[in-house]
Design a protein around this ligand. Structure first.
Ligand code: 13P
Length: 262
């Protein structure tokens, strides 16, 4: 099955790099990476680096994503950052990452509100979903995926669903989690089918075909090609391996190659 969907390669730096370090990284990457239309390279630095990088970045080469945002545009929420505050810096925002769900107790309701807030502010939400190790062991992967999708998209209308990207990140495959192991291509292909099935039911078949679905969890330059070749997978959300500019650049080059073969 071929399609016209773009490939998204996203570096999620999580809570790493000062603005100075982030700037040096971008400088290094920008000198090496030649963009192509079909591959969208995205950097997701910490909030404190967004302004610096947004002034430095060539938006035809890279785009920026925030790793989180609040669900209100303004207000009395000490320590929080709203989509309205960051929308001049970024085009994308990661919502519902498992570290937000399980370390910061974000509920499905909060995540739904954040997805809506991103869209309202003209940002593309990258909605992360994925089952835990326990859910997987109990045979509840399908239920977990459907529940997170139903809740996360509950405020997204048929007119807006084309503004959403879905990232499948099984919690047990994220490298920083204890005992993490990479997901198998077969498992990932199954889950992307489930996601498209859910989207087809909730919206329609064309929407399900068009929506971009990314994979994240222990991806590195040696495994990227394999993951990008999985039917229905349109890109990668990379944590640890994206902290090394050379490695991230290598993955971007791999994505260009895989896209050309399709
Ligand atoms: P790793 O690539 O370190 O497993 O992290 C995945 C992730 O959480 C990206 O959002």
């Amino acid at each position: 099955m071929d399609n016209n969907r773009k490939t998204y390669i996203i570096a999620n730096w999580k809570m790493n790099f000062t603005p100075g370090e982030a700037s040096l990284y971008l400088n290094k990457l920008a000198n090496r990476y030649q963009p192509v239309r079909k591959v969208q390279a995205i950097l997701a630095p910490g909030m404190v680096s967004l302004q610096t990088l947004s002034l430095q970045i060539n938006r035809r080469q890279f785009k920026l994503a925030a790793q989180n945002c609040h669900w209100q545009d303004y207000g009395s929420y000490t320590g929080e950052v709203s989509p309205t505050q960051i929308r001049s810096f970024v085009d994308y925002v990661i919502i519902g990452h498992s570290e937000r769900r399980y370390v910061f107790n974000e509920t499905d309701k909060i995540i739904a509100q954040k997805v809506a807030a991103a869209i309202r502010n003209g940002l593309t939400p990258i909605l992360c979903i994925g089952e835990t190790e326990l859910e997987r062991r109990d045979g509840e992967t399908k239920a977990a995926i459907y529940d997170q999708l139903a809740a996360g998209l509950s405020q997204v209308s048929a007119e807006d669903i084309d503004k959403v990207i879905i990232a499948y990140e099984p919690v047990w495959a994220i490298s920083s989690n204890k005992g993490a192991k990479p997901a198998s291509p077969l498992d990932i292909e199954e889950v992307q089918k489930l996601i498209r099935k859910h989207i087809a039911r909730r919206y329609d078949a064309q929407t399900a075909e068009n929506i971009s679905i990314l994979y994240g969890g222990s991806v590195n330059k040696d495994t990227a090609a394999g993951y990008l070749s999985i039917d229905g997978i349109d890109g990668l959300l990379i944590g640890n391996a994206s902290l090394i500019a050379d490695q991230f650049c290598a993955i971007l080059e791999i994505a260009k190659g895989v896209k050309n073969e399709r």
